[in-house]
Design a binder for this molecule. Structure first.
Ligand code: IMP
Ligand code: MG
Length: 171
């Protein structure tokens, strides 16, 4: 296994997911449609919606969309899969990382064009150093420096998703 360095331990992730859920619950009083971006956001999304339920938050509807932009560590073209029916919904896109912002810029546009009432973005990590698209998350867990990270659902060539913490791979 490649070496890695833990940058955000499990207990900090847990605490932050809890405070994000509280913020979201105070903004969405009735219901929210969480759109989980596959595959990196699955662990974060699962924890977030359970926390929303645990604190008596809004009614949650959930769907998934496939998005691919990375091959190894090199940013490539964005490919989006089919979107679930989000007509009439207040959509909260749940993403692992916002990096160049290209994935979310394209996805946000697509969600609105499908007839969503509103769309916001919640990402676990914000890597502002490499932003190219004009987009900012509405909710962000942690700001990180420009490094390649894995764990808590995020991978390097499908490896490391199972780690309960967030770690940096040496460049
Ligand atoms: P963007 O379109 O450049 O913002 O890329 C966003 C997507 O690339 C994220 O949703 C991740 O799936 C992936 N990504 C970006 N940075 C990292 C990283 O450091 N580790 C793992 N995946 C990453
Ligand atoms: Mg992603």
């Amino acid at each position: 296994m490649r070496p890695y360095r833990v940058i955000i331990p499990e207990r900090r992730i847990k605490a932050r997911v809890c405070s994000l859920a509280k913020e979201i619950a105070s903004d969405y009083r009735k219901s929210v449609y969480t759109l989980c971006v596959l595959k990196g956001a699955t662990v974060f999304h699962a924890d977030l919606i359970r926390k929303l339920s645990g604190i008596g938050g809004p009614k949650v509807y959930s769907g998934f969309v496939d998005a691919k932009s990375y091959q190894g560590k090199n940013a490539g073209r964005v490919r989006l899969g089919n979107l679930p029916d989000v007509r009439g919904m207040d959509v909260l896109i749940v993403e692992d990382i916002i990096d160049t912002g290209q994935t979310l810029a394209i996805l946000k546009k697509r969600v609105l064009s499908m007839g969503a009432v509103s769309v916001r973005v919640c990402c676990l990590l914000d890597k502002p150093a490499r932003r190219r698209a004009k987009i900012e998350p509405d909710y962000a867990g942690f700001r990180i420096a420009d490094s390649f990270v894995v764990g808590y659902g995020m991978d390097f060539n499908e490896e490391f998703r199972e780690l309960p913490f967030i770690a940096e791979l040496p460049g």
